[in-house]
Ligand binder design. Structure first.
Ligand SMILES: [Zn+2]
Length: 260
């Protein structure tokens, strides 16, 4: 899809949806209602009026501060809105209004929410992953989906299975919980949508990024030996996103390199 007018409309839709993602990211882990009460300033508690709640624009007009108490508002709100817009428009730009395009929009937005929730709270809520597994398998039955149902079922099983295995090994070797059960369901969901090949690619990319950033963080904080818990979900999310767009290319390049 290359029509600029439609792409701008899709971008605006994605940005607006980003506002809803902000609500999800902040309220879901706190088990607050998603519809009421209406948005409030976390500092002074004053209600945020509709005209102050326009994605990105209100933030810029208000200079990133609450209209009432002048306390600065986290830059994350507009950043999440912009990311939501860009990921949505890039999916439609790449795949058009096809089943694959809609799947990628759905995954991109779910990934975005999971990325920040896991970063903040080190949990991946079941409300995304369990319906996600079911939707992923159901969609794979339709023509034009990212992967067929066999790939999808194997992907789900490999995703869930690999993580349970790594989790058990981690418990035996490190005598502690290495992976949360949330990661298991997340990997099963990604496997159901993207198939087992992309799933393995995602795990490799995520482990690679996780090791580099994990080691750098330990090194930078200077607390060697002291265990710092880094959630794995954000790395899985980046790995899955790379797999969506570059998976076919990377897998083919790897197989050629390996001479298979
Ligand atoms: Zn305020």
């Amino acid at each position: 899809m290359k029509d600029p007018v439609i792409l701008i409309l899709v971008l605006l839709f994605g940005i607006s949806f980003g506002s809803f993602l902000n609500v999800l990211i902040y309220r879901l882990p706190a088990k607050e209602s998603l519809v009421k009460p209406p948005s409030k300033c976390p500092n002074c508690g004053s209600k945020i009026r509709l005209y102050d709640n326009i994605p990105v624009i209100s933030y810029m007009i208000l200079g990133g501060r609450c209209r009432h108490c002048n306390k600065s508002i986290s830059l994350r709100y507009p950043v999440i809105e912009i990311l939501s817009g860009l990921l949505t428009v890039y999916a439609i730009y790449s795949f058009g209004f096809t089943l694959r395009g809609i799947e990628v929009v759905f995954l991109s937005l779910v990934f975005l929410a999971i990325f920040f929730i896991d970063l903040d709270h080190t949990i991946i809520p079941d409300i995304f992953t369990i319906p996600g597994i079911i939707i992923g398998i159901a969609v794979s039955l339709l023509p034009g989906s990212i992967v067929g149902w066999k790939q999808s079922l194997i992907g789900m099983a490999v995703g869930g299975g690999a993580f349970i295995l790594v989790g058990m090994l981690g418990r035996i070797i490190f005598k502690k919980e290495a992976l949360g059960f949330g990661d298991v369901k997340y990997a099963a969901m990604v496997g159901a949508f993207l198939g087992w090949k992309n799933l393995i690619l995602m795990l490799i990319i995520a482990s690679f990024l996780g090791s580099i950033i994990g080691i750098s963080l330990i090194y930078l904080s200077g607390k060697k030996g002291k265990s710092t818990y880094i959630p794995f979900g954000p790395f899985l999310t980046v790995g899955a996103w790379i797999s969506i767009y570059f998976g076919d290319y990377l897998i083919k390049a790897y197989l050629e390199l390996a001479g298979i």
